[in-house]
Design a protein around this ligand. Structure first.
Ligand code: F6R
Length: 244
């Protein structure tokens, strides 16, 4: 695991965007796993900027989002699909058929999970997964206690996660109780992983995940055992690391 500490969120985002661009240039048909939330917003803005400057094309790229709320229709204002359209997809040359997102409103969620696993396998697996981290240590929506062997699955969201995400809601009054998420084993199989965190509110969990015991109680700690993980932090998020 390599850890890069940057000055602030803007630098963290620029660094992450450069690594993604490098990956896409080296392999134009890269398969990316992507998060939503506050952390990656500037990263997506940097990717859009690079596309507009002609520095990168996403025409061959395939993307799989990490998660979606259960019950959320694709075009609902609070769906991660709408988030991705707003932040990335509507502004770059990615092909609609190369965009994969879990359908939270699917009538059979078990089939939806199985189909997602099949789709990921069919494209040859994820080359690069970009991850944020929740204050309880979740990655994707893999909450504490979830098995390291888990595949795409329906989960109950922790109360702290629901509260943390409440201010991102556009239309809904409260965060749904359940989500559908790539499992930890699915994420771990990615050939390369970038974990991002910025802000003091992430400092305690970052220290626990990176320097604490590898435990299913801290899902992100699984990354300590991944051979190709780069962690990019800003100074505030890194402030409780012993090694910083
Ligand atoms: C969302 C996801 C989550 C977030 C995490 C941090 O797709 O994968 O793991 O990355 O909840 O959220 P922010 O970035 O809003 O602090």
């Amino acid at each position: 695991m390599q850890t890069i500490i940057t000055k602030n969120q803007a630098e963290m985002s620029a660094k992450a965007a450069e690594l993604i661009i490098e990956q896409v240039k080296a392999k134009p048909d890269s398969v990316l796993a992507l998060p939503t939330g506050k952390t990656p917003q500037l990263v997506y803005a940097k990717l859009v900027e690079a596309f507009q400057q002609g520095r990168v094309s996403f025409a061959g790229v395939k993307t799989f989002n990490l998660d979606e709320y259960v019950g959320m229709c694709r075009t609902c204002a609070d769906s991660f699909y709408v988030y991705m359209k707003q932040h990335l997809y509507d502004h770059v040359d990615i092909r609609p058929e190369n965009i994969f997102l879990l359908d939270g409103a699917a009538s059979n969620l078990d089939d939806e999970c199985a189909n997602y696993e099949r789709d990921i396998k069919e494209v040859g697996g994820v080359d690069l997964a970009i991850l944020g981290i929740g204050r309880d240590g979740h990655i994707g929506f893999c909450e504490p206690g979830m098995s390291f062997d888990s595949r795409t699955i329906v989960v109950n969201l922790d109360e702290s996660t629901r509260q943390a995400n409440a201010d991102d809601l556009v239309e809904l009054k409260e965060v749904p109780a359940q989500a559908i998420t790539m499992g930890l084993a699915t994420i771990f199989k990615s050939r390369q992983i970038i974990l991002l965190a910025s802000g003091e509110h992430k400092a305690a969990i970052v220290a626990k995940a990176l320097e604490g015991e590898v435990s299913e109680q801290v899902p992100a700690s699984i990354l300590q055992t991944h051979p190709q993980t780069t962690v990019i932090l800003d100074e505030a998020a890194a402030s409780q690391l012993k090694a910083s």
